[in-house]
Design a protein around this ligand. Structure first.
Ligand code: NAD
Length: 244
């Protein structure tokens, strides 16, 4: 069912335990391109599914590192938008609030959100490709990618690549939030990437009301207890939090 702002605000006012899932759409208004949109210029001829894999990294570590370095730079220049900021305000107001994100841009934390579950990692972090441990310092020898000081293997971005498992603890927390919340917001995600795509429907099956915020209802589920607020998150979320 498509809701108006007043109807959605009512849902928010009544909620005691809110779970939120965000996707690339919430960062669109911060100027961060989606995966496909990022494949421009030098990278136009590449398929992201062939770059964002461990196999690609082992084959051409420098190229994959440089692709991520370019995305990291662009993300580093981006600022949280009013949608990110409205979720900070919502967290302040609601008793129990967990923000699950598929984004790797770190913009929720940059905005001030505290209880954030990162399902796909964070491009601002680096980890050892061999040991899977987060690395904060390394020697700038000029070699790219740099090497892990402990084991000498290459360093890689701490993001989940195609074919890799999601971080277990994050996934468990996300599952638990979907099962326990009474209102679940699904914001700016196309629901194409599993297992994150299953979360709104798990919440729905567990008895939560689901509110989808997206400019399009295409590809989203419909039915009793699933509401749609259609439009850009950067406009709708501040308006919603403003009237709730
Ligand atoms: P997606 O690109 O598949 O879908 C984006 C969704 O956002 C679409 O449904 C679109 O209609 C909606 N949208 C577009 N503009 C919007 C706006 N202003 N407000 C609200 N919604 C808007 O993204 P996804 O579902 O997150 O899945 C893609 C995968 O790519 C994820 O795994 C994600 O980690 C990754 N990714 C992350 C970033 C990032 O960190 N910012 C960027 C690109 C891709």
């Amino acid at each position: 069912m498509t809701l108006d702002l007043a109807g959605a605000a009512r849902l928010l006012r009544e909620a005691r335990n809110v779970g939120v899932l965000t996707g690339a759409g919430i960062s669109a208004e911060s100027g961060i391109p989606t995966f496909r949109e990022a494949m421009t210029g030098l990278w136009a001829t590449f398929d992201p599914e062939e770059l964002a894999t461990m196999e690609a990294f082992r084959r051409q570590p420098r190229m994959v590192w440089e692709w991520y370095a370019e995305r990291r730079k662009r993300i580093g220049e981006a600022r949280p938008n009013p949608g990110h900021l409205a979720l900070v305000e919502l967290e302040r107001r609601v008793g129990s609030f967990t923000l699950i994100t598929q984004n790797i841009d770190g913009l929720h934390q940059a905005a001030g959100s505290r209880n954030v579950v990162e399902l796909h990692g964070n491009i601002r972090r680096v980890k050892c490709a061999g040991e899977d441990t987060v690395v904060e310092r390394w020697d700038e020898t000029g070699e790219l990618p740099p090497r892990c000081a402990v084991c000498g293997d290459h360093l890689r971005p701490d993001v989940v690549w195609f074919g890799e498992l999601l971080p277990e603890a994050a996934l468990q927390r996300a599952w638990q939030v979907a099962e326990e919340c009474d209102l679940f917001l699904s914001i700016g995600t196309s629901n194409l990437v599993e297992p994150a795509a299953a979360l709104p429907w798990l919440a729905h099956r567990s008895g939560a009301t689901v509110l989808v915020i997206n400019p399009t209802t295409e590809g989203q589920r419909h039915g009793a207890g699933i509401h749609h607020l259609q439009g850009p998150a950067g406009e709708l979320l501040p308006a919603l939090v403003g009237v709730a």
